[in-house]
Design a protein around this ligand. Structure first.
Ligand SMILES: [Zn+2]
Length: 399
């Protein structure tokens, strides 16, 4: 369509200009007219470009889905083949019903109870599932059954883990590990990224002024973004690169400007009573630091506080031994791993994608982050073949 318009434009201008100046002027006039026509067609042109891009994405998705299906049928990505001899660890965050996921600022961190049920149906069929403490210990002493070992983990100690994940886990008769940010639980205070997310959502929802105020804050961060959820993700990502002090200041400013008083009830963290009930069910409770700050940013004394004090508080409040640490945002290095080992933990998990072999560092274990969208086929249905591909190590970047 675009090309046709340009050819037409060229033809009309050229045929007019052959016969003299007067006609050349006419040609310019015609050029203006044609340019106007082209400009008026811009929405169509853009729509066509979007359709082409969409078709390209569909082809890419289709190739990925067919590739996954083929490998699954040939059993090349089968968990019993690819997962055997290593320890797989699955990560979940929030478990919210669809309606609440829609109103949550980071829907990518959410699976619905129905999606969790589908994940667990798959996991219990192909893996030997349990808490990280149980599965890691079994892995270290080579106590492996006919199915490969998989540990189920939930980060951030959210109340929805108690209300929505707990019954699904009970239905499947599997135990999991829950990683708790201790200070946030003590204060019943949302984690910084949730505070930031809800404040930005509130600003975006304000009819007047909210977006402008947000734009000023964004430009201060050197950011611009278009869609709401992208904007929230961009700001959260940029905030992670700030110093702890600057990050907390930004969150405070956003809360102030947005006039946010409190987030919805569903977004709160678990209480120690609720965490204790999970422990009594047989689930593992691990530390997710005191303040959910990034461990690699902490100086030695702050690191000791986050790692050691969080373990002490959990042990005192729950009357159990805490063996596992989970790095907020996965940020870890040799120094943090050493601090975790020194504090008496037996293992720690990162967010680096992958399986753990015999040579893996027990204090920087890899995990698979579970996102429902990434394992759905073109009809939006859960695809075992896609999940198997993602966890196979063959994943070729066709996501
Ligand atoms: Zn976290």
């Amino acid at each position: 369509m675009f090309e046709t318009k340009l050819n037409l434009l060229h033809f009309q201008f050229f045929s007019s200009s052959q016969t003299g100046l007067c006609y050349r002027n006419k040609g310019v006039l015609r050029l203006d007219v044609q340019l106007e026509t082209v400009l008026s067609s811009l929405p169509v042109i853009l729509l066509t470009a979007t359709q082409i891009m969409h078709s390209f994405m569909s082809v890419k998705t289709s190739i990925r889905n067919n590739f996954a299906q083929l490998l699954f049928q040939m059993k090349l990505t089968a968990p019993e083949r690819r997962g055997y001899g290593c320890l797989s660890i699955a990560t979940f965050h929030r478990v919210l019903p669809k309606a609440e996921r829609k109103s949550y600022p980071f829907p990518g961190l959410v699976v619905t109870p129905e999606e969790l049920d589908i994940f667990l149906t798959y996991f219990t069929k192909y893996f030997d599932c349990g808490t990280l403490a149980t599965q890691h210990n079994r892995f270290l002493r080579n106590d492996i059954s006919t199915h490969p070992l998989l540990a189920l983990t939930f980060d951030d100690g959210q109340y929805d883990n108690f209300t929505n994940a707990r019954p699904v886990l009970a239905r499947h008769n599997v135990k999991a590990s829950f990683f708790v940010p201790v200070s946030a639980v003590e204060k019943q205070e949302l984690l910084w990224h949730d505070q930031l997310g809800f404040a930005v959502l509130r600003l975006l929802d304000q009819a007047e002024g909210g977006r402008d105020q947000l734009k000023v804050i964004l430009s201060g961060l050197g950011l611009s973004a278009s869609s709401s959820h992208n904007m929230i993700n961009h700001i959260a990502r940029a905030a992670k690169n700030l110093t702890l002090e600057a990050r907390l200041k930004l969150v405070e400013m956003l809360i102030d400007v947005s006039g946010m008083i409190h987030a919805p009830e569903y977004a709160r963290l678990m209480t120690f009573d609720e965490i204790s009930k999970l422990a009594k069910d047989g689930h593992e409770i691990g530390s997710h630091s005191m303040t959910h700050c990034l461990m690699t940013e902490c100086d030695d004394s702050a690191l000791a506080y986050e790692v050691t004090h969080s373990r002490q508080v959990l042990q005192e409040r729950l009357g159990i031994t805490i063996e596992t640490f989970c790095y907020p945002n996965g940020n870890s290095d040799a120094r943090t791993a050493n601090a975790v080992a020194q504090a008496g933990y037996r293992r720690a998990v990162s967010t680096t994608w992958g399986c753990n072999g015999k040579n893996s560092d027990s204090f920087i274990l890899r995990r698979y982050d579970m996102t429902a969208k990434r394992v759905q086929d073109s009809n939006g249905k859960f695809s075992p073949a896609l999940l198997a591909l993602r966890m196979s190590g063959f994943y070729p970047g066709l996501g």
